[in-house]
Design a protein around this ligand. Structure first.
Ligand code: TRP
Length: 478
């Protein structure tokens, strides 16, 4: 019965593509460059890379193996792995999906806007230097436009998830991921030839002082970028056939995701350091870096930029889409497996609920950009723009739903979820069960298993806890 109603990846490559598609997204193209900028480069990147290896990779394996073992969505799988109360951890993940999607969809909407804009410029010609300046804030503060863009993007997400695991999710990733990587490599090559490339590389890789908050941000982002800490990879793992292994897949996913984040950052910073005045403009609105720094460059500097520009933004949208589908799938799979709702109904219902949250994020945009809104929407917008989560909301300048949702999910919800998932896989599940999942039987892979077990039992939980405690107690490493 179960085999008939649940989907399954067509092969191990199908899993790698879908999971890499989930991992590679706005986290790599939009967020990583901008938080690297805000946290001063070098040391932040190093800490991030260390977190990916010491925390991200072991938790990736843990999530995939929990899903593969119990072949059901996160809530059910965690219950079976650790007992009924642990269903709450799955529910925590469903909640995280809602909060994350609320603002993620809005950013994805920006890429749709820039796709249409740059396609227009390609056809009609770029109106001249400075056209793209100020455009970012202008479009982001047009709230009806923002609602429409988010709605469009939500509909696209629902449309893919509607068709299920192989015909929807896997197929979309299979087509778009190779194209995305191809174009990023092209852009990297042309970025490395720009004058600012040297300065960009130095900024990204030369270590300097770092603050405690930045360390937490690096841990949090390693969860965010790998889609960990909320059950998305448990859900994807539950579609692995018992014939395929999760071990080599996780290595590939983590490696590809990290490469793409570094590529995107080198591209973005090479541009910023090469063009006069761009540094200040980006500094004033770092959230919009991806949309402020690149558009004009395509039309003034990059060879074949007229074609690459629109193509790039459509690819950003597609990278976001292969990520939002994994988030929607967490909620959908929960409704299907736990509440016995049929997939079409589950998808549309969850999609609608999530769109309501996106509306909240849209109304908080003025706060994010430090602007006041006028007109009929100003009351609502003012309210959501000023929301602040006390303490957990991070630095004083993070006001409004948008910035607080991002900060809260990425720095608190995902690391805490990841910590508990590590506890489940390392301390609660029987050793023989995890061993059976991680060793495919061809040879006794004891060494690999032992290393993983040390990381999932000690290293990952200790690292997450230490950083959380350091931040709560106000330690300063700098
Ligand atoms: N990893 C994606 C990105 O970097 C975002 C994402 C998709 C995600 N699914 C997730 C983040 C699940 C956390 C959990 O853009």
């Amino acid at each position: 019965m179960e085999g008939r109603t649940r989907g399954q990846w067509s092969s191990s490559a199908g899993l790698v593509l879908a999971a890499t598609g989930s991992a590679i997204g706005l986290g790599n193209l939009w967020k990583f460059p901008y938080i690297t900028w805000e946290n001063g480069g070098g040391s932040f990147v190093l800490v991030y890379l260390a977190c990916i290896l010491a925390v991200g990779l072991p938790v990736m394996l843990a999530e995939l193996l929990i899903g593969r073992r119990y072949q059901t969505s996160a809530v059910g799988a965690l219950k079976k792995a650790a007992g009924p109360a642990w269903g709450l951890l799955g529910a925590w993940g469903v909640l995280a999906a809602f909060v994350l999607l609320s603002y993620y969809t809005v950013i994805a909407g920006w890429s749709l806007f820039y796709f249409v804009k740059s396609a227009g410029w390609s056809i009609a010609g770029y109106p001249g230097e400075g056209t793209a300046t100020g455009l970012f804030n202008e479009q982001a503060l047009n709230l009806p436009l923002q609602l429409a863009l988010s709605l469009g993007f939500s509909v696209a997400t629902v449309a893919v998830v509607y068709f299920g695991v192989t015909k929807g999710i896997e197929r979309v990733a299979r087509i778009f991921l190779p194209v995305l990587m191809g174009i990023l490599v092209l852009m990297l090559i042309s970025a490395l030839q720009m004058d600012g490339a040297g300065e960009a590389l130095a900024f990204i890789f030369r270590p300097g002082p770092i603050e405690t908050g930045a360390v937490l941000e690096a841990v949090g982002h390693s969860f965010f970028t790998l889609s960990l800490g909320m059950g998305a990879m448990i859900t994807y793992g539950s579609y692995i056939s018992k014939k395929e292994s999760a071990v080599s897949a996780s290595g590939a996913i983590v490696l590809l995701d990290t490469l793409i984040a570094l590529f995107a950052t080198v591209i973005m910073f090479s541009v910023i350091f090469s063009v006069a005045g761009l540094r200040d403009e980006v500094g004033a609105s770092s959230v919009g870096m991806l949309f402020i720094s690149l558009p004009e460059i395509f039309f003034t500097q990059v060879p074949f930029g007229r074609f690459l520009g629109p193509l790039f933004y459509v690819l950003v949208a597609l990278a976001a889409l292969t990520s939002t589908i994994s988030l929607l799938e967490v909620v959908t799979a929960f409704l299907i497996d736990e509440r016995k709702v049929a997939r079409p109904k589950a998808t549309v219902g969850a999609g609608l609920a999530i769109f309501v949250f996106s509306g909240i994020a849209v109304f908080s945009l003025p706060g994010l950009l430090g602007e006041e809104v006028e007109g009929p929407l100003s009351g609502v917008a003012g309210f959501f723009s000023r929301i602040k989560v006390p303490f957990f909301g991070g630095p004083e300048d993070k006001v409004g739903w948008f910035a607080n949702a991002d900060h809260f999910v990425s720095n608190w919800m995902l690391p805490l979820g990841g910590l508990l998932i590590a506890v489940v896989a390392g301390w609660i599940m029987a050793r023989k069960d995890t061993a059976a999942e991680l060793m495919d039987g061809t040879e006794p892979q004891w060494f690999r298993y032992r290393v993983w077990r040390i990381f999932i039992r000690f290293v990952a939980p200790a690292a997450i806890l230490a950083i959380i405690i350091a931040v709560i107690s106000g330690q300063d490493f700098s």
